[in-house]
Design a protein. Sequence first.
Length: 405
Amino acid sequence: MMRTHNFPYSSSVCLVVSFAFLLCGCAGVTFNATAPAPSPTPQAGPADRVLLQMGPAGTLYQEFAATDSGLNQVANDITLPTRFLAIAPPIASVHGFLFALDSGPLPQIDAFTEDSVAGRFSSTAQFMLQPGPTIFSTDPSGNYLYVNESHDDPPNGYESNLNAFHIGADGGLTQVPGAPFIFFGGPGTGLDSCFNLGSRLAFTPDGTRAYAVTVEGCPCHSTGFWTVQPFLVDTNTGAITKEAPQPGAPPPSEFFIGGVVVAKNGKYLLFPSIDGLMVYSIDPSTGSLTQVKASSPLPATDIDHPYVEITATKDGEFVYLDQPQSGLLYGFHVENDGSLTPVPGSPYATGTLSSLTVSSSGRFVFASRVAQGFLAFKRDPNTGQLIEFGSVPLQQGVLAIVNLN
């Protein structure tokens, strides 16, 4: 009998992280640093557009445009057959195309073209998937789409893989030769254990390496753990392979890890953990990870107050993360030596946030607030400071925020 496994989380109590991160309720500073190097000042131009996933099942979507004058909804509500998952949403946007998981009887990708002026999406094609699809990721070039699939693999096996597709100029998808790429288990392995990606792939700027959180076992029943896993990517073909464990890599953790980001133009990897904000240097030749010895700017926490979502600017100069149970939003500048300097005003007392996302241009940081809808912060490109400047009350909770441009 074919079984699929949804991604589990663990905490000693139910963690209220708005609606975007669903955690199951099982058991489970001062720095010596140089001033932040100025980032290129974002130029005035088209609005930053985002798609909000909403509704009881996550099939209702609303598009919003952010400019320096505020937030505005674009056109009417949109209904897509992509339901909410308790991890990063199975949806991706690149080059004016939208790819969304069809949650119908047979798993498939629904492809859409976007009319950015009218705020309409037109269905163009469908592409079949294997059972158990979850997270969608795209590489920095926008040439490849990766979909994590996890399912039983007869005889006597279970697998988690990355299915890979080349994105054509017309938005068409062509499966990459050799895909799907199994990175856990396989037929005849005798494995019968949940295993999923726990975050989107975070790529180095050249697209040759990627990193993600993986979850093995069943953390809901105290039998699993989180790991930061490196992958090697062939940018010519789109093939992606799991790299073998290396000395100095982040150890597996029995506690929740919410995501990873690549910072400082591929020089560092950052992720939040129960011990604070971890920083590892990325070897430019081998991709191996070595922990930076600088102290974490975040204090160690407990399983009731985890650091949950982390997001970064495209150049990785600044990172932002939230601690929903404490109602705090943190921002840091990444120094050349990997140390972290709090941005002015950090931490911000924001209340319980979720779906934290830096906008495509870097001018804004978007989030949702429990029972209070969608909000945006203006971001100073030089200091990283955030100023809340716009919010939109919504009748339904926001489950996820996806950048469109």
